[in-house]
Design a protein around this ligand. Structure first.
Ligand code: FES
Length: 145
């Protein structure tokens, strides 16, 4: 049912954790299953993503897609990170079963929310980035945990 790459990223997820004093943090909930995901970015003065970490309460597919998504955005500019869509992540993982496609949206939405947070904090505009609909914010998440 799952590709070897999905299993690998599920069993050995990359970039799990958090970043103290992150440049941008995004927390989102999945509308379909209610699972939660948070992404932390460390972005340098040239707007390059130097480090990225994630934490999720999502399922195995969410872990694998988040792991791959963090690998794909690391070292990229904030503008390039916008192009890391859930479709690109699924392709990099050699696909996901149709019932698990919604799980891959968590990573994409959390990346967008973290980029939005970074842009807000620094007063910059990232071309093509829209205000995230589902950033549920720190407080609400603490209650949910
Ligand atoms: Fe919720 Fe996969 S079932 S993220």
């Amino acid at each position: 049912m799952y590709s070897e790459k999905v299993m690998d990223h599920f069993e050995h997820p990359r970039n799990v954790g958090e970043i103290e004093g992150a440049s941008g943090v995004g927390t989102v909930g999945n509308a379909k299953c209610g699972d939660i995901m948070r992404i932390y970015f460390d972005i340098d003065d040239n707007q390059i993503i130097q480090d990225v970490k994630f934490k999720t309460f999502g399922c195995g597919a969410a872990v694998a897609t988040s792991s791959m998504a963090t690998e794909l955005v690391k070292g990229k500019s904030v503008q390039e990170a916008l192009e890391v869509t859930n479709k690109a992540v699924m392709e990099a993982l050699d696909g996901l079963p149709p019932v698990k496609v919604h799980c891959s949206l968590l990573a994409e939405e959390a990346i967008h929310a973290a980029l939005w947070d970074y842009a807000q904090k620094n007063g910059i505009k990232i071309e093509g980035l829209e205000k995230p609909k589902s950033d549920i914010g720190e407080e609400e998440v603490e209650e949910e945990y």
